[in-house]
Design a protein around this ligand. Structure first.
Ligand SMILES: [Zn+2]
Length: 92
């Protein structure tokens, strides 16, 4: 749902969410209830954040071009700790 920006002359800018194409020319200010005119801003057409975009693209790519694996992944290095209290913890 898009967010529309309005500016109250007394209270400043505020935004409101409305279904696409249903934004009114004026919107009552949430503080003083005076009708505030709508401000027109650049549409937010930018893409999602970097890691989210990469994960989404990887998900889409794996549907058509899954990664072919010929060997199991290398074993993770054993976790070592230097805290003596960890030696007293129960082991599986
Ligand atoms: Zn106001």
């Amino acid at each position: 749902m898009p967010t529309y920006l309005y500016r109250c002359r007394e209270c400043g800018p505020f935004d409101t969410s409305r279904p696409l194409g249903t934004a009114a020319a004026t919107e009552p200010c949430p503080v003083c209830a005076v009708p505030a005119p709508r401000l027109f801003t650049a549409p937010r057409l930018n893409r999602a954040a970097g890691p989210l975009t990469r994960a989404h693209e990887q998900s889409l790519r794996s549907a058509d071009e899954p990664d072919v694996v010929t060997t199991p992944p290398p074993a993770a290095p054993a976790r070592t700790t230097h805290d003596p209290r960890h030696a007293r913890l129960p082991r599986p």
